[in-house]
Design a protein around this ligand. Structure first.
Ligand SMILES: Cc1cc2nc3c(=O)[nH]c(=O)nc-3n(C[C@H](O)[C@H](O)[C@H](O)COP(=O)(O)O)c2cc1C
Length: 338
């Protein structure tokens, strides 16, 4: 698969500087962003040898939905600023590769455009100051085919970014015009989200299972599940929110130990080895954010398809080299921390 660094350089060469910096930036002085990818590399792989690895099966399930592998598309907003086909292209590519798509509620393609070409998909949502509007969006997404809602909780306040950026916010046909056409999410988003909101969303009639994204502690994971979430997602928003926050790779084990439900993870996942490390630490699946945006910028739907296929092939190779023929065989004995 294409190296992440090469992908970034290809994207940088074609994107306007202000757009490139919007995708690339972290918060603060980018401590958490910088730490994300190297944190996975602290876990060395311990191959089980010799093993018969003639047939390796990367398929698995997420909340019961069958998918071709353990790496999927994290929600990223404003995709039409990097490519005219935006989220619709990403949805098509995810569908073609048997991957799950999580659509940002700051999508610049409409629910209808996306659902027409998507395979399995979930909607990422924020609790908005207007809770009725929040409920309406979740119901509309469920009616359009979303199989779950991913509630992002790590943006109670929108952090200042490290780099200056600019882009045209009036592109495409957004799901929530207010959210997609204003860069300032803080104006719309509720700053008072609590476990009660999870309870409320989980109980919405016409709703779907709730996954909570942005959890970095075991006690919070437990509380979210007790409030009605069906799964949690370890994430620090790609280093774009609390700078200095613990890398997902380090936070993952504590969260996995705290609950029996599915745990997903994102942040700095750049190779199939990283995905296998995440699974060995107990994640059900890994998600990628920036790599998908760069691949979309460079090659539209084809670019994202090649990226996702590349990730799956890399996972398959890592499984073979570590002596695993199915996802279930990837266990904690496969990694050791340096
Ligand atoms: C340009 C960009 C936009 C993002 N937009 C959203 C969003 O709308 N909602 C959300 O929950 N997370 C958003 N994220 C965070 C991603 O879902 C994900 O947590 C993060 O990108 C994972 O880290 P990675 O980029 O290192 O793979 C965004 C990230 C980026 C880079």
């Amino acid at each position: 698969m294409i190296s992440h660094l090469d992908l970034v350089e290809e994207a940088r060469a074609i994107l306007p500087e202000g757009v490139f910096q919007y995708v690339a930036t972290g918060a603060g002085v980018e401590e958490t962003l910088t730490a994300a990818a190297p944190a996975w590399q602290q876990y060395y792989l311990r191959p089980r040898l010799p093993r018969d690895v003639t047939a390796v099966d990367t398929s698995t399930t997420l909340l019961g939905t069958k998918v071709s592998g353990p790496v999927h598309v994290a929600p990223t907003g404003f995709q039409r600023i990097v490519h005219p086909d935006g989220e619709t292209a990403t949805a098509k590519a995810a569908n073609e590769t048997g991957s799950l798509l999580v659509l940002s509620s700051r999508s610049t393609s409409s629910l209808e455009e996306v659902s027409a070409v998507a395979g399995p998909w979930w909607l990422q949502a924020y609790v908005l100051r207007d809770r009725d509007l929040t409920a309406e969006i979740v119901r509309r997404a469920a009616a359009a085919g979303a199989q779950a809602v991913v509630l992002t909780v790590h943006t109670p306040h929108v952090a200042r970014k490290a780099r200056s950026y600019e882009f045209d916010t009036s592109v495409g046909s957004p799901i929530i015009p207010e959210l997609a056409t204003r860069d300032d999410l803080g104006v719309w988003q509720a700053p008072d989200v609590t476990l009660e909101d999870i309870q409320w969303l989980a109980g919405l009639s016409g709703g779907v299972p709730v996954v909570v994204k942005g959890i970095l502690r075991g006690d919070d994971a437990r509380a979210c599940i007790d409030a009605g979430a069906q799964a949690v997602w370890v994430s620090n928003h790609g280093g774009r929110q609390l700078d200095g926050a613990i890398p997902s790779a380090i936070a993952l084990s504590e969260v996995v130990e705290a609950i029996d439900e599915e745990v997903y993870v994102d942040g700095g996942i750049r190779t199939g080895r990283d995905v296998v490390r995440a699974l060995a630490l107990g994640a059900r699946a890994a998600f990628v954010g920036r790599p998908v945006v760069w691949a979309l910028a460079v090659g539209g739907a084809d670019g994202v398809r090649d990226l996702l296929n590349g990730f799956r092939e890399d996972v398959e190779e890592t499984m073979a080299l570590t002596g695993c023929t199915s996802i279930d065989e990837i266990g904690p004995d496969l990694v050791t921390r340096s």
